[in-house]
Design a protein around this ligand. Sequence first.
Ligand code: NAD
Length: 335
Amino acid sequence: MKVVVFSAKPYDRVFLTEAARATGHELVFVEATLTADSAVLADAAQAVCVFVNDHGDAAVLEKLAGMGVRLVALRCAGFNNIDLQAARRLGLTVARVPAYSPHAVAEHTLALILALNRNIHRAFNRVREGNFALDGLLGFDLHGKTAGIVGTGQIGAITAGILQGFGCTVIAHDVHENPDCVARGIAYVSREELFARSDVISLHCPLTPQTHHMIDADAIRRMKRGVMIVNTSRGAVIDTRAVLAGLKAGIIGRLALDVYEEEGDLFFEDLSNNIIGDDVFARLLTFPNVLITGHQAFFTKEALGNIAETTLANIDAFARTGEPMHRVSVEKIAD
Ligand code: NAD
């Protein structure tokens, strides 16, 4: 099967080519993000392989289906960028990689929490400048603090376990309780109670209409003064303007982001020679108590290997049977 891989980076080529070696499928790598304009690059392909910031709205899917594409293989877990209703209407099959390394994302979450709390991002620069003053680097003991986890699926549950290892009291909010978390003594509470009690709030739910802008002005008003908020899930779970106001008011004491609601125009590219046109993002970068990484939580050798293998398994199963290993469908989401 011919597969056009959109948003292809050098590391995608390495891992996907290796995984495709034994399958005989032809991979064509293009650097372009999938959009209504670039969809034409999938001409004569039966499948496209896409990532988190590729566009999968109805207009794009219509173009793909019109050219004969039958499979959209996401090489990520989240699928909020694909219009599943449109895909079903057009007879397009959508597949994803439901799990590749929840440890990668959970460990990055802890890296952000620890670095931000102890100001490692500032200390690194200071020491290199010969500035060994400690003023402004004051952190807090994680031990004994309350950490609130929103979404205790694969990543949230592992993050919760690591935080328990640090001696945190972990509370959680989810639409479904995870029995493993309950067994480990994690109490499930309402969203409002989690916001009110947590010293650290870590977001691990998917982006859905219910979680869109979950962290808004109203939620921030309920939080403890000085709270740390960490988002490694999807950018739009946070209302960035409300968070900016919360930072300026001192309610949010620390903010760590691996995702940003308008990241599609920024992340995964070297823009160091460009002027950043997004004033909200640019303002975030000015705060000493904000730490941002560019959607790299998943980025480990193990995760990339697993993503490539599962993506090729989806493509291969679809080519042989018409059904990928891990289909995403409107019906399944409604479960
Ligand atoms: P998962 O499906 O295993 O867990 C998600 C959890 O969120 C589930 O327990 C679900 O019940 C819960 N949830 C759903 N709606 C909710 C709501 N309204 N309120 C509270 N909880 C809700 O997913 P996962 O593998 O743990 O991944 C979580 C998210 O992390 C993904 O959806 C994805 O957006 C994000 N992610 C980010 C990266 C990264 O590199 N930054 C990598 C992988 C995944």
